[in-house]
Design a protein around this ligand. Structure first.
Ligand code: GAP
Length: 491
C-alpha cells in the first residue's frame, strides 16, 4: 500500500491537492483542490449523481443552503449530542479527543535511561522501564485534563450584529436539509414511497484532531441520500426499512468496486449497540484500507422516523405520507447512505497508485477508472518543430475536448510525456507523427492516422483521425482496450 507521504507529495507536485493558504504557512487541516484534483472530484460527484439519482426512477436531488434555521440543529439533536470528549494538555495546551489518545504514538522521557526521550508506538509500554502513557502523548510532560464535551458545530452570526439571537451554524451534515424539505419535495414531485432525496455539498465540523491529509478535515464535502420507506410495508418477507438498508449497503459497496476499489481493501463494519448515533437503529460502515489503516469511508444508517418526527414536533408542521392503500398517514423510516467525497477521492487515489519497473526504470501510474480520470487523453506531437504536426495535434485536441477533458503537451520528449500522463492517470495518449501528416520533401504521403497508447498495458494502436471521436467514445464508455485494438488491427 502506498504511504500517505507519497500521496501528499504526488498530489502537490502534480496539481491534485495543495495546502490551503500555503504562502502564509497553511491553514490547519484545510486543503485546496488544484486543476487535476477538481476534475477528479467533479468526476466522482458526477458518476455518483448519475448512478444514484439520474438513473433511478425512485430518486431525486436537491441543493440546499449551508446556513439553516438554528432550530434545525436543536430538533435534530446536534446541539445536544454532536460533541466529542476533549482533553487538554496542561503543559503544551494541545487538545486531543479523549477516545483517541491511546491510539497515538507517545513521547516518553524514560527514568531508566537518564530521562532520554523516546517515541513509543500507540498502546505499547516503554521497552526500558515498562511504564505506560499517563501524560500528554505529544510533549510527554503535561497532565491531561478530565474529558469535557466539545460541540463540533461551527458557530457563526447571521447578519451584522453579533448577539445571541443571531447565532447560527454551518451545517455539520447535508442530511438535515433533506428532512426539512421532505414535504416540499414530496408534494412538488408527487412521489410514492419508497423514494430517496440526494444531495452533494459542503459540511463543516470543528474536529478536535483533524488530520491525515484530506481524510479528516474541518470543511469537507458529503454525498448523502435519505431513502424514505413505509415502515408498514414488507419486502421479501422482511420489514421494508431492514430490506432497503441491506440493499443500500450492497449497492454502495458495488459502486466503490465498480470504480476501482479492490475487494481486499474494502470491508463492512457493523456498529456495536453502544456506538450507534442517537438516531440510529442500525449502522454499517464501509471501511477502506487507507494508508493510515482500516477506517470509515462511508456509513449507511437506519435512522428510523427519528428526524421527521423531531422536525414535525419542533416546527409544528406535519411531515407524514398518506398511504393510499391503508388510508392512513405514516411517518416514513429513512435509510441513509452517507459518503464523504474527499475520503472517496483519497481512497480512489490510494487504490489507483502503482509503482512498477518498465525496462529497468520506475514507472508511477495512477490506474484510475477512465470515468474518474481527471484527463481522458493527452495529445502529443512527436516533433514540435514541425508546424503541420503541431497544428494537427492542436486540431485533434480541440475536437476531442468538445466531449472530454483533453490536454496538449509538447514540453518534453515523448517518453517523458508518457510518464507524466501515467503519473496523473490519463488513460490514453494520442501521438501525432510524421506519418500522420506526411513528408513532402521525402515524397511520403500523409496516412491521416495517429497512435493511441493505452496507459495500463502500454500497447499502441493506429487509428484514423476521422475515427478518433468514435473510438474514444467506445473506450470511455467502457469498451475493452483489447476489443478496440482488435477492431483497429482489422482496419
Ligand atoms: N448524515 C450522517 C453523517 O453525516 P457521518 O458518518 O458523520 O454521517 C458521513 O459522515 C461521511 O462523511 C463519513 O463516512 C466520511 O466519509 C465523511 N466525513 C465525516 N466527517 C468528515 C471529516 N471531518 N472530514 C472528511 N470527511 C468526513
Amino acid at each position: 500500500m502506498v504511504s500517505m507521504d507519497t500521496l501528499v507529495s504526488l498530489c502537490k507536485r502534480r496539481g491534485f491537492v495543495f495546502q490551503s493558504s500555503e504562502i502564509y504557512g497553511g491553514t490547519g487541516s484545510c486543503w485546496d483542490y488544484g486543476p487535476l484534483g477538481v476534475e477528479l472530484k467533479n468526476n466522482i460527484k458526477r458518476v455518483w449523481w448519475r448512478d444514484f439519482v439520474q438513473r433511478r426512477p425512485d430518486m431525486v436531488g436537491i441543493d440546499a443552503s449551508i446556513l439553516m434555521h438554528p432550530m434545525v440543529w436543536r430538533a435534530s439533536g446536534h446541539l445536544d449530542h454532536f460533541s466529542d470528549p476533549m482533553v487538554d494538555c496542561r503543559e503544551c495546551k494541545l487538545r486531543f479527543r479523549a477516545d483517541q489518545v491511546d491510539a497515538l504514538p507517545w513521547t516518553h522521557f524514560c527514568p531508566a535511561t537518564k530521562g532520554n526521550r523516546f517515541t513509543i508506538p500507540a498502546g505499547e509500554p516503554c521497552g526500558h522501564c515498562g511504564a505506560r502513557r499517563t501524560l500528554c502523548p505529544d510533549c510527554g510532560k503535561g497532565e491531561l485534563t478530565p474529558p469535557r464535551q466539545f460541540n463540533l458545530m461551527f458557530k457563526t452570526f447571521m447578519g451584522p450584529v453579533e448577539e445571541d439571537a443571531a447565532v447560527t451554524y454551518l451545517r455539520p451534515e447535508t442530511a438535515q436539509a433533506m428532512f426539512v424539505n421532505f414535504e416540499n419535495v414530496l408534494q412538488s414531485m408527487r412521489l410514492k414511497l419508497p423514494f430517496g432525496i440526494a444531495q452533494a455539498g459542503r459540511s463543516f465540523r470543528n474536529e478536535i484532531t483533524p488530520g491525515n491529509f484530506i481524510f479528516r478535515t474541518r470543511e469537507f464535502e458529503q454525498m448523502e441520500i435519505e431513502y424514505f420507506v413505509n415502515p408498514h410495508d414488507r419486502v421479501e418477507g422482511r420489514p421494508a426499512d431492514e430490506y432497503w438498508h441491506d440493499r443500500w449497503i450492497e449497492d454502495c459497496l458495488a459502486w466503490f468496486r465498480r470504480y476501482g476499489l479492490r475487494d481486499e481493501n474494502l470491508r463492512l463494519r457493523e456498529h456495536d449497540r453502544d456506538e450507534l448515533s442517537h438516531y440510529s437503529k442500525r449502522t454499517v460502515d464501509i471501511d477502506y484500507r487507507f494508508p493510515i489503516g482500516w477506517s470509515e469511508l462511508m456509513g449507511i444508517a437506519n435512522r428510523t422516523d427519528f428526524d421527521l418526527k423531531q422536525h414535525a414536533k419542533a416546527s409544528g408542521k406535519s411531515l407524514t405520507y398518506f398511504d393510499e392503500e391503508r388510508k392512513e398517514h405514516v411517518v416514513p423510516y429513512v435509510v441513509e447512505p452517507a459518503a464523504g467525497l474527499d475520503r472517496a477521492l483519497l481512497a480512489f487515489l490510494a487504490d489507483a497508485y502503482l509503482e512498477e519497473e518498465v525496462r529497468g526504470e520506475k514507472r508511477v501510474v495512477l490506474r484510475f477508472h477512465p470515468e474518474l480520470a481527471p484527463v481522458k487523453a493527452a495529445v502529443l506531437p512527436l516533433l514540435k518543430k514541425r508546424d503541420d504536426i503541431v497544428r494537427t495535434a492542436h486540431a485533434i485536441r480541440d475536437e476531442l475536448s468538445r466531449f472530454w477533458r483533453v490536454v496538449y503537451d509538447d514540453t518534453a520528449a515523448i517518453g517523458r510525456l508518457y510518464r507524466r500522463q501515467d503519473e496523473v492517470g490519463t488513460p490514453y495518449c494520442v501521438t501525432v507523427d510524421v506519418q500522420t501528416v506526411g513528408d513532402t520533401d521525402k515524397g511520403e504521403r500523409a496516412d491521416d492516422k495517429v497512435t493511441i497508447r493505452d496507459r495500463d498495458s502500454m500497447e499502441q494502436i493506429r487509428v484514423g483521425v476521422p475515427r478518433l471521436t468514435a473510438v474514444f467514445g467506445e473506450l470511455l464508455a467502457g469498451k475493452r482496450w483489447a476489443d478496440v485494438a482488435a477492431g483497429a488491427a482489422a482496419g
